[in-house]
Design a protein around this ligand. Structure first.
Ligand code: MN
Length: 231
């Protein structure tokens, strides 16, 4: 049996300190998972976690020390940055308990959940899906993945983003409303998680618009810095 056309290549992310590649299965994203970001979006309190997805091939890999080039997307006048800790799963499962969640984590990366905020606002108003706001091409710039054993104290790590050298976002992973382990527990009740899944864990406060030519530089302590220029 043969394919009727050549299948698209598997999306991969490099692994720091290894020649092996991490094959991406799905990209899950957590909405409003830092209290101060929830407030700036007009919400307060600890709501139940909610999720959306990006297609696996929305990934834009940016190697450490280089500047990724992200095309400014069509159909928006209000492209926002959201710096996020990304959790990479090495083992899947259903109904994973929080206490067991870290046995499923392969490693961590730094990602940007780039967002067409104007289209998202319209979708919210109309009760429509977020896909066009969140799941567009190149909407998920990401660094290589650091294996969990080499990532240090990721749950307490500072997370930040500068735009053209000026501070935009600064917090710590400690501020997550739903922790990494709790997120995996709840996600795995809704979907069977698989090795290769990436979880964008949410962004702290300070999201704002960027323009063509801007340089975004962000990170999570213990992981490679992520540098992206909008072109
Ligand atoms: Mn986000």
């Amino acid at each position: 049996m043969s394919y009727v056309f050549t299948p698209a290549p598997v999306t991969t992310v490099p692994v720091v300190g290894s020649d092996s590649l991490f094959p991406v299965h799905r990209i899950y994203c957590v909405g409003r998972n830092y209290a101060e970001h929830a407030k700036e979006m007009g919400f307060s309190g600890r709501e139940a976690p909610f999720f959306f997805m990006k297609p696996a091939d929305a990934v834009l890999v940016v190697n450490e020390g280089s500047t990724g080039e992200m095309p400014y997307p069509t159909l928006t006048q209000d492209l926002h940055h959201e710096i996020e800790l990304v959790v990479a799963l090495g083992k899947g499962g259903r109904n994973i308990k929080a206490a067991d969640a870290f046995n499923h984590v392969y490693g961590y990366a730094v990602g940007l959940d780039m967002t067409r905020r104007d289209l998202q606002a319209e979708a919210k108003k109309q009760g429509r899906p977020w896909d066009i706001a969140k799941g567009f091409d190149f909407s998920a710039p990401i660094t290589p993945i650091v294996p969990a054993t080499q990532a240090g104290d990721i749950q307490n790590a500072p997370i930040w983003l500068n735009v053209n050298g000026a501070k935009r976002q600064a917090s710590t992973v400690t501020q997550l409303i739903w922790s990494i382990a709790e997120t995996i527990e709840v996600l795995s009740q809704a979907w069977e998680l698989k090795a290769g899944d990436l979880i964008f864990s949410g962004t702290p406060e300070g999201v704002a618009a960027v323009s063509k030519g801007d340089v975004l530089e962000g990170g999570v302590q213990g992981l490679p810095a992520l540098k992206v220029k909008l072109v």
